[in-house]
Design a protein around this ligand. Structure first.
Ligand SMILES: Cc1cc2nc3c(=O)[nH]c(=O)nc-3n(C[C@H](O)[C@H](O)[C@H](O)COP(=O)(O)O)c2cc1C
Length: 294
C-alpha cells in the first residue's frame, strides 16, 4: 500500500543512511540527501559506516548507502560490510557516491549486494568530489566539489525519490543513474575489475612511516579503514592496505612518505582527463583543474 510521507496519521517512513567518507565529500552528499527525506517527514537515522553494525538497518523502509569511488570501484571495507547485512526483502535501497571523473562500478558495487539481499533499488545518485589522492597528477582535482549546486541537485533528486517510494512505486525513481542499475562495461569498469586489492598493492606505492616525525598520536591507526596499521612510533603497514592513502593525507606531522615516481605514471595514464572525458563521467566543458593534461 502506498504511504504518503507527509501524512501524520501513521508512523513516518524510516530511512537509514550508512556513509563511508574519508575526506568529507560523501558525508556532505549524505547530509543533503538525508535532509530532504527528513523534510518530507521521514524518520532518518545516519551512521558512519566504519562504526555501523549490520543490525542498524532494522526497521528501515529504505536503506541508503554511500561511498567514495576508489580505483573505479567501491572501497573494499564497504563491500565487506554490505555482504554482512541481513535480509532486505521489502526494503527499498538508495546508493550514492562521490568521485572524480571515473566512477566505473562504484554505484553498482553498492547496489548489487543490496539487491542480492532482496532490496528493491529505488535510487542512485553520484556527484563529483574534490580529489585528495596524493598522486601528483590527480591531487586537487575538482576543487570545492561537491559544491552548493551539486548539493541542491542531490536534494531535488532525493525529494522526488522520497515521493516515488511513498507512492509505493516499484523500481527506480526518475533520474536514477543508469550505472546504479547496470554494471559499467566500459574502460573504467574494466579497470575496476582488474584492480582488486592485491593488484593495487603491487601497482601502487606503499606509504612509509618516517619514525623521526611520528609523535604516536594514533590518528592514522584510527583512520585506516582496514585496520592494517599497528600503533607505535612510525606505524607499521600490515597486509590489508587498500592504497587509500588516508594515513598519508591526514597525518598532522606529515610522517608518511610515498615514492610516486612509478605509481604516478600509472595513475596519470589511466586517469588522465582526456580518457575520463571519453570513457568516464566528465561532461563536455566541465572543468577539472588538473595540474597537467596529456
Ligand atoms: C585513493 C583514492 C582513489 C581514488 N580513485 C578514484 C577513481 O578511481 N575514480 C574517481 O572518479 N575518483 C577517484 N578518487 C576520488 C574520490 O572518489 C573523491 O575525491 C571522493 O569525493 C572522496 O570522497 P570522501 O571525501 O567522501 O572520502 C579517488 C580518491 C582517492 C583518495
Amino acid at each position: 500500500m502506498p504511504r504518503q510521507g507527509l501524512e501524520r496519521t501513521e508512523d513516518p517512513m524510516k530511512a537509514v543512511f550508512l556513509t563511508f567518507s574519508q575526506t568529507g565529500n560523501t558525508r556532505k552528499l549524505a547530509r543533503a540527501l538525508a535532509g530532504a527525506f527528513g523534510d518530507r517527514g521521514w524518520d532518518v537515522e545516519s551512521f558512519s559506516l566504519d562504526r555501523a553494525r549490520p543490525r542498524d538497518v532494522a526497521g528501515a523502509d529504505m536503506v541508503a548507502v554511500g561511498a567514495p569511488c576508489f580505483s573505479s570501484q567501491a572501497p573494499s571495507p564497504v563491500k565487506r560490510f554490505l555482504a554482512r547485512l541481513p535480509d532486505l526483502s521489502g526494503v527499498r535501497a538508495l546508493v550514492f557516491a562521490t568521485s572524480g571523473g571515473a566512477p566505473g562500478r562504484v554505484l553498482w558495487d553498492l547496489s548489487r549486494p543490496l539487491a542480492r539481499k532482496g532490496a528493491d533499488v529505488a535510487g542512485g545518485f553520484l556527484c563529483r568530489g574534490e580529489c585528495f589522492h596524493p598522486a601528483p597528477s590527480i591531487t586537487g582535482r575538482s576543487p570545492g566539489r561537491p559544491d552548493s549546486r551539486d548539493l541542491a541537485e542531490a536534494r531535488d533528486y532525493a525529494l522526488s525519490l522520497a515521493a516515488h517510494v511513498e507512492e509505493g512505486r516499484a523500481g527506480p525513481a526518475p533520474g536514477t543513474r543508469r550505472d546504479a542499475l547496470f554494471p559499467d562495461l566500459g574502460f573504467y569498469g574494466l579497470v575496476a575489475l582488474t584492480s582488486p586489492d592485491p593488484i593495487l598493492r603491487l601497482s601502487l606505492p606503499r606509504p612509509r612511516a618516517m619514525t623521526e616525525r611520528c609523535d604516536e598520536c594514533g590518528a592514522c591507526v584510527a583512520a585506516c579503514p582496514t585496520g592494517s596499521l599497528a600503533p607505535g612510533k612510525g606505524p607499521v603497514q600490515g597486509k590489508g592496505c587498500i592504497r587509500c592513502y588516508r594515513c598519508v593525507t591526514l597525518c598532522p606531522k606529515e610522517a608518511f612518505s610515498v615514492d610516486w615516481r612509478m605509481g604516478d605514471l600509472l595513475v596519470r595514464t589511466l586517469y588522465n582527463p582526456r580518457f575520463e572525458r571519453w570513457f568516464g563521467d566528465i561532461k563536455p566543458g566541465e572543468p577539472v583543474h588538473e595540474k597537467r593534461e596529456i
